[in-house]
Design a protein around this ligand. Structure first.
Ligand code: ADP
Length: 303
């Protein structure tokens, strides 16, 4: 089963083109949708979660028409929105049980087994009697995943789940997500490159409502080999370098600036070659340069 999105477009009433002719094919497993704030990720996620309408285009989940057969899609959907409210005075077990009823698990004994298993899976079993108001950000996100997993969804959408988590909570949360990928389509929307590089076997980069790259992360990194170079410069020099070279990123390191430059050959003596990372793929793509599979398909076309 695949999620096949074709030519999806959305313009809000204020004139913002949030989605421009989006086409993606998303297979089983963990899929990363990477882009900066305002790129259109949440708009796409909410549309796929049947919570808002697109202006045109289609989305099919197996044989379901996502934009039309909303009830059927909801039955097989697990959605963790960017922000979700919890009832602070209810404990985790009771609230999960309540959501299980809403999801249509009406038999009490079946619900007990499901709720118990999900609390264990999300490592919340020990705190199941604790009120959600006392949960940390990470516990709350894990509770959100427990809710999203009710009813064995085939499509799981998590929107910016690690924003605001401390490093230890983030690792724990990503580990939890990594266990989900095999039997369902999991879409992880994020602006954090490491989330995608650690988890996803496929990804897309989105900006200003457009898909700039659809790729396998490892392959896209491979495609950049020999094309990324680094050098350290003082702050006053950055602008000059940006005029003379294709600077894709500037990072402060110990008070100086480390520039990454895109070039198919050595740009000069003061540059050293870099083993590219997914961050280089991201910045190269955002800079409007062809990289990854886009570059490959160009090369293949030339052969
Ligand atoms: P992301 O999730 O990548 O941050 P969004 O989908 O939230 O991006 O937003 C994409 C663009 O659409 C942004 O410019 C945002 O300001 C705009 N936008 C989002 N929701 C609405 C809305 N309900 N009405 C008008 N503009 C919106």
């Amino acid at each position: 089963m695949e999620l096949v999105i074709r030519n999806l477009s959305k313009t809000y009433a204020n004139g913002v083109h949030a989605l421009r002719d989006i086409s993606l094919t998303i297979p089983f497993g963990m899929y990363g949708l990477l882009g900066p704030n305002g790129a259109g990720k949440s708009t796409l996620m909410r549309t796929l979660a049947t919570l808002q309408e697109a202006d045109s285009g289609s989305a099919r989940l197996g044989d379901l028409d996502v934009l039309v057969q909303k009830d059927e899609v909801r039955r097989t959907l697990g959605y963790l929105p960017q922000e979700f409210g919890v009832y602070p005075k209810v404990n985790a077990e009771d609230l999960l049980d309540h959501f299980a009823v809403l999801k249509g698990i009406t038999k009490r004994s079946e619900r007990k087994v499901t709720v118990d298993a999900l609390l264990r899976q999300t490592n919340l079993h020990e705190v199941r009697k604790k009120h959600l108001g006392g949960f940390s950000g990470g516990m709350r996100q894990r509770f959100g995943i427990a809710v999203a997993l009710l009813g064995d969804p085939r499509l799981i959408i998590v929107d910016e789940p690690t924003a605001g988590l401390d490093p230890a909570e983030r690792v724990r949360f990503l580990n939890l997500l990594s266990e989900l990928g095999e039997n369902s389509i999991v879409i992880l929307s994020t602006h954090i490159v490491e989330d995608v590089s650690e988890l996803c076997s496929r990804m897309a980069i989105i900006n200003r409502g457009e898909i700039l790259l659809e790729a396998e992360p490892l392959r896209a990194i491979e495609q950049l080999k020999g094309r990324i170079w680094k050098t350290m410069v003082d702050r006053e020099e950055v602008e000059e370098f940006e005029k003379s070279y294709t600077v894709i990123s500037t990072k402060l390191m110990a008070g100086r600036n480390q520039l990454h430059v895109y070039s198919t050959e050595s740009p000069g003596e003061q540059f050293q070659p870099v083993d590219p990372s997914l961050e280089d793929v991201y910045f190269t793509t955002m800079a409007g340069l062809k990289s990854g599979e886009a570059a490959l398909s160009g090369a293949e076309a030339a052969l």
